[in-house]
Design a protein around this ligand. Structure first.
Ligand SMILES: [Zn+2]
Length: 41
């Protein structure tokens, strides 16, 4: 496993995730995930 740097889909903050755990959209906090879901229509 390898740690890679990606950016939060909501606020653009860098977050570090294991490469096997990366998904298409990643968020730094649950709040960012929540706000992204609310604006998704
Ligand atoms: Zn964020």
């Amino acid at each position: 496993m390898e740690l890679i740097e990606i950016k939060c889909e909501s606020c653009g903050k860098e977050i570090y995730v294991y490469d096997s755990y990366v998904r298409e959209q990643m968020y730094c906090t649950l709040r960012c995930l929540d706000s992204a879901n609310k604006t998704d229509n």
